[in-house]
Design a protein around this ligand. Structure first.
Ligand code: PLP
Length: 285
């Protein structure tokens, strides 16, 4: 396997950053994950637009021109022979002696790009069986709209989910309403077949897959309501699913041990998943 690290393509197991990289010291970095499907990178424009927003919200510079970054992403995908998988892009504020305040403006940002293949048999199994989620109180900062590498609450929540035999944890606000998953957005389908997802204010990350799902729903003639929903409403919903670049629409069949509908993946979720690739913006990897 090959990774890109600050100007070089290196063997993955030897790929290192400096001990005083601010990503390592402070979680002072941002990232993007793009899905690679059937040899295409999905939604590159939207992912790089969001990267631009994350960088600018944190007053960080682009590590290279946007077009050059696309070249690097495709090169890492190519060198790793990824047809179905993901490409990960991480930018940090660079290497500087440990000090909380920003380093001098001429400090170059660090850039890392990694690509990984999916085990498609494992993906098919997860779609077939659906995933289980637990709920946890929201304990993150109030700028989760920025896709930052500071993910400790997400790490702890997803570890707790794993220990409970589940695959995702949902953060719940103080009113008992669902925010989002540790690495995904949350959706329900009402008895009337309407899709419901929380408005993407500062309380959640505006998922790229979530955004493209609006296009997919339109193509399928499905209505989306952007509103908050409670854990109780989710447990009683016709279908529940999550969205992210690496899961697309992934059925949820259990929340805190309560079975959703008949305990099998819902047909609307599966049709959204089916239609997603056709609707999404794609570039040849
Ligand atoms: N919410 C959180 C907290 C995430 O970490 C992610 C993705 O990793 C998402 C939502 C889904 O975003 P996207 O569809 O852009 O992958």
């Amino acid at each position: 396997r090959i990774a890109y690290v600050n100007g070089r393509y290196v063997v993955h197991r030897d790929a290192c950053v400096h001990i005083e990289d601010r990503g390592y010291q402070f979680g002072d970095g941002v990232y993007e994950v793009c899905e690679v499907t059937r040899g295409f990178v999905v939604d590159t424009v939207r992912h790089l637009d969001r990267l631009n927003r994350s960088l600018s919200e944190l007053s960080m510079a682009w590590p290279m021109a946007r077009k050059a970054l696309v070249v690097v992403m495709r090169e890492v995908i190519r060198r790793n022979g990824v047809v179905n998988g993901l490409v990960y892009v991480q930018v940090t504020r660079g290497v500087a002696g440990r000090d909380f305040v920003f380093p001098s403006p001429d400090t170059p940002p660090s850039l890392v790009v990694i690509a990984r293949k999916f085990n498609m048999d494992a993906v098919a199994k997860r779609v077939e069986n659906g995933l289980k989620v637990i709920t946890v109180p929201e304990n993150r900062w109030d700028r989760v709209d920025i896709k930052s590498t500071g993910l400790l609450p997400n790490v702890l929540a997803k570890q707790k989910a794993k220990e409970a035999g589940c695959q995702e944890a949902w953060f719940i606000d103080t009113d008992g309403m669902v925010k989002e998953g540790g690495s995904s957005n949350a959706w329900i389908v009402t008895k009337d077949g309407v899709l419901v997802t929380r408005p993407a204010d500062h309380g959640i990350l505006r998922g790229i897959t979530r955004t493209t799902m609006f296009d997919v729903a339109e193509k399928l003639g499905l209505k989306i309501e952007e509103r908050k929903f409670s854990v109780a409403e989710a447990k009683a919903a016709r279908e529940v699913f999550i969205s992210s670049a690496t899961t697309i629409a992934m059925p949820i069949v259990e929340i805190d041990g309560a079975t959703i509908a008949n305990g099998h993946p819902g047909s609307i979720t599966l049709s959204l998943r089916q239609a997603f690739f056709d609707v999404a913006e794609k570039i040849k990897a």
